[in-house]
Design a protein around this ligand. Structure first.
Ligand SMILES: [Zn+2]
Length: 64
């Protein structure tokens, strides 16, 4: 039994960002999931990834 709150890497592989149409893969960073495409950061609560765009953090980015 593991006692970690981070996700199984095998599970991370099948997760995809719900905010992007092409469903890019997410990257596990600490205890969050990061989308490299849109930059959203999804929280993981009690070992459960919260893949809801309204729950995601969008980092401040200067307009291109
Ligand atoms: Zn995304």
């Amino acid at each position: 039994m593991t006692n970690t709150q981070t996700l199984d890497p095998e599970l991370v592989k099948i997760l995809a960002c719900p905010a992007d149409e092409n469903r890019p893969p997410l990257r596990l960073v600490g205890d969050t999931l990061v989308c490299d495409q849109c930059g959203r950061v999804y929280p993981i609560r009690d070992g459960i990834p919260i893949l809801l765009p309204e729950e995601a953090t969008i980092p401040d980015k200067p307009a291109p």
